[in-house]
Design a protein around this ligand. Structure first.
Ligand SMILES: Nc1ncnc2c1ncn2[C@@H]1O[C@H](COP(=O)(O)OP(=O)(O)OP(=O)(O)O)[C@@H](O)[C@H]1O
Ligand SMILES: [Mg+2]
Length: 281
């Protein structure tokens, strides 16, 4: 994994593209407060609360069907909660559309399908920078001098992000030609392309073998260490998160059953019961 300085973070709303549009943002705490979500008769989330401290790596874990993805989707604006709020610092994120969240510094991973297989790694990462370009690539199409300059800076930054994730050798390769573990890295690079202060990852290790998973764990803790951003990692596998998380929230049947350091939740009888219960089932 390469090294990357905390970026001159683009602040899209106020920044002037003429000036390059770069400024610094600092991570703020994410508060999930009393969130409930129902699908018909199913309570996917029942009064769930937890806080992701600024700059921390926070894991949200639980057995199958516990509500992890539902919670992820509420935070990332895909689902609207029936009750409760999500706040990033003083900003209320509740019910905001995903593209608005990207502009506020919330980056997220997607499934592979969301990447364009025929496009190069660099082009896919550049797409992630849409949220940061005022006027977007339409303005760039007019070839105004400042848009050309801004676009060049965005491309440079996209290359830097790729290098940081060890993708330098494949930046110009089509995504479709790459092995699975590398594609997942491209997805991460695209999430980082919005210069997030909060990165949301839903089961990033799904489908990976043990070696790829171990490498990914290193990458995720490296992102936190190098960039100082907050990361919320949704994960089924306790093993992956225990070595790298600062704090862990455990869900089971839509309820929060534990919250603490990895050592605390690992020793929690309710957590042990929830996980053993799934294995026995
Ligand atoms: N779109 C949906 N429509 C109906 N029910 C849903 C929907 N999404 C999730 N659920 C239900 O909500 C509950 C929580 O599911 P969720 O996918 O959030 O769990 P999870 O912890 O992510 O599980 P997994 O480990 O399998 O990914 C489950 O009972 C699930 O069947
Ligand atoms: Mg899930």
């Amino acid at each position: 994994m390469g090294r990357m300085t905390p970026p001159e973070l683009p602040v899209p709303a106020e920044a002037s593209p003429r000036a390059g549009g770069f400024a610094t943002r600092t991570p703020e705490k994410l508060c999930v407060e009393g969130v409930s979500l129902r699908f018909g008769g199913i309570r996917a989330l029942d009064d769930v609360s937890f806080t992701v401290a600024p700059g921390s790596l926070h894991a949200l874990i639980g057995p199958n069907g516990a509500g992890k993805s539902s919670c992820f989707n509420v935070i990332s604006g895909l689902y609207r909660a029936n009750a409760g709020r999500v706040r990033l610092g003083e900003t209320d994120l509740t019910g905001l559309a995903p593209h608005k969240l990207a502009g506020l510094g919330v980056g997220r991973s997607f499934q592979n399908a969301a990447l364009s297989a025929g496009s190069t790694v660099l082009d896919n990462v550049m797409l992630g920078r849409h949220a940061l370009t005022r006027g977007g690539f339409l303005a760039a199409g007019l070839r105004l001098p400042w848009t050309v300059r801004a676009e060049r800076r965005h491309a440079e930054r996209a290359r830097e992000i790729c290098a940081f994730l060890g993708l330098d050798a494949v930046v110009d390769a089509p995504v479709g030609a790459l092995p699975y573990g590398v594609v997942k890295r491209v997805d991460l690079a695209r999430a980082l392309a919005v210069e997030p202060v909060l990165l949301l990852l839903d089961e990033p290790a799904a489908g990976m073998n043990a070696a790829e998973t171990a490498e990914l764990a290193g990458t995720i803790s490296g992102i936190r260490a190098e960039l100082g951003i907050s990361i919320l990692l949704v994960e089924h596998d306790m093993g992956l998160v225990m070595g790298i998380a600062d704090r862990v929230t455990v869900l089971d049947f839509g309820r929060r059953i534990a919250d603490g350091t990895p050592a605390q939740v690992q020793a929690d009888p309710d957590v042990i019961k929830a996980y053993l219960g799934t294995e026995a089932a």
